[in-house]
Write a protein that binds this ligand. Structure first.
Ligand code: HXC
Length: 510
């Protein structure tokens, strides 16, 4: 009997070695942790329950029958993060370069199916050479099985992808369909075709890092939502993000203990808006002053900085924040910022996370680059996302809310529940200068007349009271009391019920 028990331990030890010590050392030498070491950091200590440790591939081509390591290149199972359940898979680069075989895919599918059945998120740690070359189409089929599950799970359970090594070819499409992608700087990359193919087809010479490294995907393509220095920091940050999210669309986000006065008054906010309407200020200051303990988990911080997206808590409850950032391009809406915010709003709505919108927007960015790039369709994404969202929506206009951008940014007309404005708000079709130049074109040669017209326009429109008279703004609030007002608004909306008409699905302008 003792022998049998010992044998199990031996088999487990063998499985834990993956592709062997030499390859583990090589992984470490690159500054990367192994699949199991990563799970140790991601999950609560001792919480990991592994599935399919002894699964092996069934391939017999290319001599593969003589090389059948346990686990087949992916470690799967479930565990907890701060006590809350999560399903995980972690690709093991030491086994056939973490490449995906038929059985490797089946292991991933099993945890995804369990996650769907039991209502818990999936976190995938990707470190793979792609399709297992020796298995051919069986491997491609395996990918497609995973893709289909990604689609079915979208909007049902949160799915998070962490890219911790190579992720190339069609393999990128599984992470691409998940809710968030995070990368590790310098050691991870994602691309549909690698540098060699790029050179052959387009003659471009580019390194893997330039083509699909963390910097590329967080700053240029916006494929990734964030990047961190190394494996440890990345996994620790994923734990932080996880704490903001519900387990599924059937549950509310967790309520965390908070140590911050809900009615905290912030006198400094009364002077946040500069005298000069063209001078920027940092919208992050307002977010920090509204949030519990000033904690803001920013999503896509390196992309389209003219809009800020991320999570805060108010009274311990998760709130998604969308805010124009006057520090970047005056907070204008453009293609990139519309896409970024639209996707975030849809994530929040899918998972019942209330949305706080902070508005200081001079309008949509003009120009051929924007029009040729399809700003009409991209801007419509944000409009659509806000319009269809049924979660609690609280909006605060701090300064400019001009033109179509006023409508888009969670206005009353898009079913905003609480629409507040600071006394410094200017809600109008456009700024005074532009308006006067159009209305009084014939007087443009007379600076005195134009100055008087501009003052008139400002007196009439550069305030929140015209909108407040019409009930489009529910209340003009003191900046210093913003946290209290916003917290009370969300508290009053906790049992909000609103649904959209039945449809198979909508047709958001993609
Ligand atoms: C089988 C693979 C493999 C693969 C790597 N290995 N990729 N085995 N199938 N796809 C094995 C190597 O043979 C090697 O085995 C070990 O993993 C480590 O690989 P190295 O090349 O030594 O590592 P490194 O120099 O770090 O290079 C990593 C790499 C490179 C860039 C990922 O291995 C590579 O280019 N692999 C092929 C990538 C690829 O073209 N994949 C198919 C993409 S198409 P030993 O025994 O020496 O340790 C695709 C389609 C998906 O994925 C379609 C979905 C719809």
């Amino acid at each position: 009997m003792k022998d049998i028990l010992d044998q199990l331990d031996q088999r487990r030890a063998q499985a834990r070695l993956g592709g062997g010590q030499r390859r583990i050392d090589a992984q470490h030498a690159r500054g990367k942790l192994t699949a199991r070491e990563r799970l140790d950091i991601l999950l609560d200590e001792g919480s990991f329950e592994e599935f399919d440790m002894f699964v092996r591939h069934r391939s017999t081509d290319f001599g593969m029958q003589d090389d059948r390591p346990y686990g087949d290149g992916v470690v799967t199972g479930w565990g907890t993060i701060n006590g809350r359940m999560v399903y995980v898979f972690s690709q093991d680069f030491t086994v056939f370069g973490g490449s995906l075989s038929e059985t490797h895919a089946q292991k991933i599918c099993k945890v995804m199916d369990m996650a769907m059945q039991n209502g818990a998120p999936v976190i995938g740690l990707n470190d793979s050479g792609g399709a297992r070359i020796q298995e051919g189409v069986a491997s491609l089929a395996g990918y497609a099985d995973v893709f289909q599950r990604n689609v079915m799970a979208s909007g049902v359970i949160p799915q998070i992808s962490v890219i911790m090594g190579p992720c190339a070819g069609g393999a990128v499409y599984s992470p691409a369909m998940t809710d968030f992608i995070f990368m590790v700087k310098d050691t991870s990359y994602m691309f549909v075709t690698g540098p060699d193919v790029v050179k052959t087809v387009t003659n471009e010479v580019v390194t893997a890092e330039q083509l699909g490294g963390a910097s590329t995907h967080t700053k240029k393509s916006s494929v990734a939502d964030g990047a961190f220095e190394d494996d440890v920091e990345t996994l620790t940050e994923i734990r932080r993000l996880f704490d903001f999210l519900p387990l599924s669309n059937r549950e509310k986000a967790p309520v965390r203990p908070f140590f911050d006065d809900v009615a905290r008054v912030e006198p400094s906010l009364d002077t946040l808006i500069p005298q000069n309407p063209n001078q920027p200020y940092d919208m992050k200051e307002l977010i920090a002053k509204v949030a519990d303990e000033g904690d803001f988990y920013e999503i896509q911080k390196d992309f389209a900085g003219n809009i800020l997206t991320g999570f805060i808590r108010i009274e311990g409850q998760t709130v998604g924040v969308v805010a124009n950032q006057p520090m970047v391009l005056a907070g204008v809406l453009d293609i990139d910022s519309s896409r970024k915010a639209a996707r975030f709003v849809r994530f929040c709505d899918a998972f019942e996370i209330p949305i706080l919108t902070l508005v200081d927007v001079p309008g949509f960015l003009p120009g051929t680059a924007q029009e040729y790039g399809g700003v009409i369709k991209h801007g419509a994404k944000l409009l659509f996302a806000y319009g269809e969202a049924t979660v609690p929506k609280v909006t605060v206009i701090t300064r400019k809310a001009y033109g179509g951008a006023y409508d888009v940014m969670a206005s009353k007309h898009l079913r905003g529940d609480f629409n507040y404005a600071w006394p410094t708000a200017e809600i109008a079709v456009m700024g005074a200068k532009g308006a006067v130049e159009i209305l009084y074109r014939s007087e443009l040669g007379d600076p005195d007349k134009i100055a008087a017209r501009t003052r008139d326009y400002e007196d009439r429109f550069a305030n929140p009271f015209v909108a407040a008279e019409k009930g489009f703004i529910d209340e003009v609030i003191q900046p210093h009391s913003t946290r209290k007002r916003v917290a009370r608004a969300f508290a009053s909306l906790r049992s909000k019920k609103l649904s959209n008409p039945w449809k198979k699905h909508d047709n958001i302008p993609l």
